[in-house]
Ligand binder design. Sequence first.
Ligand code: SF4
Ligand code: SF4
Length: 267
Amino acid sequence: MDTRRVLPGDGALIILTQAIRSTIERWVESGRGEDYWREPLVAVASAHDPLFHQLKDAVSPEHGMPEDLLKGAQSVIAFFLPFRQWVGEANVRIKGLSARSWAESYTATNGLIQVVGETLKEAIQGMGHAVAVTPPTHNFDSEKLVSAWSHKHVAYIAGLGTFGHHRLLITEAGCCGRLGSLVTTMTLAATPRPEKEYCLAKRGESCHACVSQCRYNALLKTHFDRHACYRQCLVNDAHFSDLPLTDVCGKCACQVPCSYSIPNNPP
Ligand code: SF4
Ligand code: SF4
């Protein structure tokens, strides 16, 4: 197969999705922890998409361009690893702190995202192209809490979903899960972006269930206080001190209409 041609969108997505699916299966079979994940989603952006330049305004002036990560970048691959419903259910069953299973799923998914990145890198390098893998998390400015490479915004550009009121990306499999991305010199057909808003509130329908889930004065109907949010994430990290860094909370992503699919009806 001459992979230097533009791979047709569907064919490339099938190959990449299968590679991620196999990686998850191997991870679970190896007994490294629970099976936290549903079917992965994959999407592709052209590295030359003009929206990347808007990230300097939307996220941070320091946000990287694909070309900064990899000389000759042609495509950016974004993937979403959606959590199983029990993971979200467990996280809201307990009040205040996050559930231990939520914290454990976070650290496990960090490891999985790294392995998925390495698997895709190997596969794409085998086809004669270069790849830059980005870290799963903690590539942000710890004072301003803005990212030098935002998987969420990159995934939006790639067409994986639309932003919810809770500032998370809502995909076809919901928002309850984790995102990863990598950059390659392989030219892949870009995935189209959704034509409608997935978030009910952004569609003008009543919802704000995510606001009701946030008891930490971080997510309100009128605004989002990222510092208040991160304070709660650090409370969880301190509580789960026997685990690697678990600066997470995620209550607003769990058991709301957009948790596991595109929401159809307001609650
Ligand atoms: S819970 Fe409702 S308002 Fe909040 S992001 Fe999801 S759909 Fe939008
Ligand atoms: S992650 Fe937690 S603290 Fe942050 S907005 Fe969501 S519910 Fe609120």
